[in-house]
Structures are given as structure tokens and as C-alpha cells.
Design a protein around this ligand. Structure first.
Ligand code: F6P
Length: 512
């Protein structure tokens, strides 16, 4: 760590710690200073609305943000951000750029052009299938794992609940139960299979893909291979596996798995909601990219979110951060964020290989409101741990029922934030609430494709900003490799393991 970064981190540790309510009382402008709207459209009637971010119930202050801005400068945040958007290497351990923003139209010209061409190709295939060129297609079994599954699962669940053009099932787990469930829900005669894998080597995906192809064969489907589409950065491997080149939708090596929903990995999303709507998702993300690229200091909202995240995790020792979506359609958002944040920033070394001198990413967890209120909020209100919370909600309802549902949903969301902050005194200790517990609220006008795209991009940039301030490379993930290697050794049967592992293998009949 440079002296300047070291000094900036130390200064952040010296701030007084007034209670949230006292800060509101002391500064009548607190709400205005700590909240901001991000507009996603041009304000015209059909344009998407925007998102309101409110950090006023966190402990961020003017002074704290000034010191975080100094840390950003000492960490060369502007330089790293410029590298990200210009397609330079930002993943030094793998010598790669990270060009997910180019997929949304913001990046190096050549990368944007290439991404546009690949997306047009995907659009031709999606539209052809919707128009019946491959026969009657009613179902799509999308097979992938990690970044090749979490984005599609989230977007399909959020955006295609009642009006899916094609019924999409995302299967990730190697546990055959997952694939069997998808088989049970699909008519093989009208089912297509999408095999999604950046590397086209992941054992879970390749095993599931082979079983799905077999299923089509066993069910007597005409030309089963003709029903398979490959979404990959390794098209040669897909050809070798037997997918026809016309049904391989490639994407670039510089697109990381957990940042790949914008590439052809988004094929199932376009199949479910239509290509135009998928493009709207990209447009929402693009609005956030432009904001993140152009805004500086605290005015940069993903950077400001990273200030709050790091204040709690690094300075105040919070071990987790919780995300509660008060929206059934965002039920998979915490899962998505877990991979994005923990696979990106859960590291113990800095980008230059030196040990990190503090905590890295907190554990991301969460769920949906109001369900979570009746399960885990006890700990948030009265437990001993500091857990900063993000609430996410949409002003427009997702349902068509009596407005009471959505009203009660939103009232509960806002009540929880108010209760966490205010607390309540009581002579009976068991009934006392300490309060002063931080939360931020992300309130969308509506949860349309553009807004979902913007929400995801906002969190991508928040994660990147946190990584830069921590000095971490967020774009590699070597931590997932060792377990994969040991699984291979078990399969090969040529290694003796520790007594516990050996006994487990024997008990399960897996040892040779
Ligand atoms: O094991 C982790 C990981 O490499 C993720 O980063 C990635 O999203 C996932 O596996 C799937 O990889 P692939 O798309 O190459 O099958």
C-alpha cells in the first residue's frame, strides 16, 4: 500500500460516531445531501423512469465522504476507471481487460462494434426461433452454472413471469434432480437446449448438457442436435462437442463469467422477453455506465455506495451486508449479488500480490421482504452484530391485485428502515431496540427491463469501485480452482486423502 493510501485509510478511522438520528437533527439538508436520483431515460412518456438512492440512514457524512474521496484519489480510482472503459488490462493476474460495458455500448470502439455485431447475430437467431424457423419452440432448458446461470435465472424470473414468449428453465446444479425437474416441466418435442459456458469445459454444465441431449434422443425428437444452441467464448470446443456453427453464439474472452449476462449468455432472457426488451436491459445498464464513467467523487453513485460498504466492512468491522428486495420479482437478486460481490472481492491479496492489510468483501446475503421480516429480522433489530442493510423496492407494483398488496409491501419496507434507525427504549431489556442500525434504500420507479439492467450495472460498478479502494483485482477467481482439482483427483482415484475425506469416500462407495 502506498503511503498516501495508508494515510487515507487511517484518517477514515478517526471519525466521530454520532447516532443517525442526531445527524438528521444536526443537519436539515442531510436527506438532500445523502440521496440522489439516477434517470434512465429522457423523461419522455415511454422512456424508462429512474432510481432513487437514499443513504441518509447510513453513517455517511460530508466529512466522511471527503475522506473517502481522498482515498479514491490515492487509489487512482479515476485512472483505473479509465482503464476499465478503454479496454486496457484491469485483470493483471490473467492479463485481461474486463469489457462488459462494451456489450452495452460504452467502451473501446472496436470492442463495442464487435459486441454489436455478435448481438445482431443473436437477435437474428432469437427472432427466427420466435418466428418458427426452428419449428414449434415452447420451452428452453438453459444449462450453465455460476455466471452462466445466475444472470439468466434472475432476469427471466424478474421480467418474464406471466408473459414469457418461451418458457425458460435454468438448470445449474449437477444434482440430476435439477435437470429432471426441468424435463418434467417441458414437452421434448417443443424444447430447445442452450448450453451456456464461457469455457465450455465446466464439468457440471457439460454433464448436464450431455444428459439433456440424451433425453431429447430418448424421447424420439427429430434431429436432437439441431435443438442445441451454444453460448460460449470457446466456439471451437462447442463445435467439437457437436453444435452446428450456425447455432453457436460466441462472446469475447474479455467478458468475465459473472459479468456476462449482457453477452450471448443473455440468450434465454431474449428468448423469454424478446430481443427488443433485452436491448432495453442493456440501455438501462448503459445509462449507469455513462454516469459511472462521467461523475466524480460522491456524485458518482456506485462509488458512493462503495464508500458506505467500506465504511461498515473495513472501518466498523461488519462481517456481512444484507440485501432485501421488497419485490417478489427480485427474489434471486441476493443470489446474483453473492457471486458478483464475493467472487469479485473475496480475496486476501492486493492486485500486486501483496497481502491485503484489512478485511476484503463482507459476506453478502439477503432475501425478499416481507418474508424475511418474519424470519431473520429479529437479529437485525436486536442481535449483537452490525449488519448494514440495503432495501430495494419498486414504486409501481408487479401485481394486478388490489392495491392493498403493494401498499402494505412498501409500507413494511420503509417501516423496517425507520425502525432499524430509531430503535425503541424499554425498561424491559428484552423489549428494547438499540436502533442506530444503518440501511440504504434503492427505490425504483418501476421494475422494467431498463431498470433491472441499471440495477445490475450499478452493483457491478459498486463492486469495481470497492475493489479499487481496497486495491483488489475483482476480475479473477482463483479461489474456486482447488476444490475442482481435488474433485478431479478423486475421480482419477490415484491420490490418498486425509483420513476424514478418505472415510467419507469409503462410506459413499466412491473409493477405489
Ligand atoms: O467456478 C467459478 C466459475 O469459473 C465462475 O466464475 C463462472 O461464472 C462459472 O464457473 C462457470 O464457468 P463457465 O461459464 O466457463 O462454465
Amino acid at each position: 500500500m502506498t503511503d498516501a493510501r495508508d494515510a487515507a485509510w487511517k484518517k477514515l478511522d478517526l471519525h466521530p460516531d454520532p447516532r443517525l438520528q442526531a445527524m438528521f437533527a444536526a443537519d436539515p439538508d442531510r436527506l438532500a445531501k445523502l440521496s440522489a436520483r439516477l434517470e434512465l431515460g429522457d423523461g419522455s412518456e415511454d422512456a424508462p423512469g429512474g432510481i432513487l438512492f437514499d443513504w441518509s440512514k447510513t453513517h455517511l457524512t460530508d466529512e466522511l465522504m471527503t475522506d473517502f474521496e481522498a482515498l479514491a484519489e490515492a487509489s487512482d480510482f479515476a485512472g483505473m476507471r479509465a482503464k476499465l472503459f478503454s479496454g486496457e488490462v484491469v485483470n493483471p493476474t490473467e492479463g485481461r481487460a474486463a469489457e462488459h460495458t462494451a456489450l452495452r455500448g460504452v467502451g473501446k470502439d472496436a470492442s463495442v462494434e464487435e459486441a454489436d455485431a455478435l448481438r445482431r447475430r443473436m437477435g437474428l437467431l432469437v427472432n427466427a426461433i420466435h418466428d418458427g424457423a426452428l419449428g414449434d419452440v415452447k420451452h428452453l432448458i438453459h444449462i450453465g452454472i455460476g455466471g452462466s446461470a445466475l444472470g439468466p435465472a434472475l432476469a427471466v424470473d424478474a421480467l418474464a413471469r406471466d408473459l414469457a414468449k418461451v418458457d425458460v428453465h435454468v438448470v445449474s446444479n449437477i444434482d440430476g434432480v435439477a435437470l429432471e425437474e426441468a424435463f418434467a416441466a417441458c414437452d421434448p418435442q417443443t424444447t430447445m437446449i442452450a448450453v451456456a459456458s464461457k469455457t465450455f469445459t465446466t464439468i457440471e454444465t457439460m454433464t448436464n448438457a450431455a444428459s439433456a441431449l440424451n433425453w431429447l434422443k430418448q424421447q424420439g425428437v427429430d434431429d436432437p442436435s439441431g435443438r442445441v444452441v451454444a453460448l460460449t467464448a470457446n466456439p471451437d470446443a462447442a463445435v467439437e462437442w457437436g453444435v452446428d456453427e450456425t447455432r453457436i453464439l460466441p462472446f469475447g474472452e474479455s467478458v468475465g463469467g459473472r459479468y456476462s449476462i449482457w453477452s450471448s449468455i443473455g440468450f434465454p432472457v431474449a428468448m423469454a422477453i424478446g430481443m427488443e426488451e433485452f436491448e432495453q436491459m442493456l440501455a438501462g445498464a448503459r445509462a449507469v455506465d455513462e454516469h459511472f464513467r462521467d461523475a466524480d467523487g460522491r456524485a458518482n453513485l456506485p462509488l458512493r455506495a462503495a464508500f458506505a460498504d467500506l465504511y461498515y466492512s473495513r472501518i466498523k468491522g461488519a462481517q456481512t451486508r444484507a440485501v432485501f428486495a421488497y419485490d417478489e420479482r427480485l427474489g434471486l437478486f441476493p443470489d446474483y449479488l453473492q457471486q458478483l460481490e464475493m467472487e469479485s472481492n473475496g480475496k486476501a491479496v492486493m492486485a500486486d500480490g501483496t497481502p491485503l492489510d484489512g478485511e476484503s468483501a463482507p459476506i453478502t446475503w439477503g432475501g425478499v421482504g416481507t418474508d424475511a421480516q418474519h424470519a431473520v429480522f429479529q437479529l437485525l433489530h436486536q442481535g449483537t452484530r452490525l449488519v448494514p442493510v440495503d432495501f430495494i423496492a419498486s414504486i409501481a407494483p408487479g401485481d394486478m391485485l388490489d392495491a392493498a398488496h403493494h401498499r402494505i409491501l412498501l409500507m413494511n419496507c420503509f417501516a423496517q428502515g425507520a425502525a432499524l434507525m430509531a430503535g425503541k427504549e424499554s425498561e424491559d431489556a428484552a423489549r428494547a431496540y438499540p436502533g442506530d442500525r444503518p440501511s440504504a434504500t434503492i427505490l425504483c420507479d418501476d421494475l422494467d427491463p431498463a431498470t433491472l439492467g441499471a440495477l445490475i450495472a450499478f452493483h457491478e460498478h459498486r463492486t469495481f469501485a470497492a475493489a479499487v479502494l481496497l486495491g483488489i483485482n475483482p476480475f479473477d477467481q482463483f479461489g474456486v480452482e482447488l476444490g475442482k482439482q481435488i474433485a478431479k483427483q478423486i475421480e482419477a482415484g490415484d491420490v490418498t486423502f486425509d483420513p476424514s475425506t478418505q472415510a467419507l469416500l469409503t462410506a459413499a462407495g466412491l473409493s477405489g
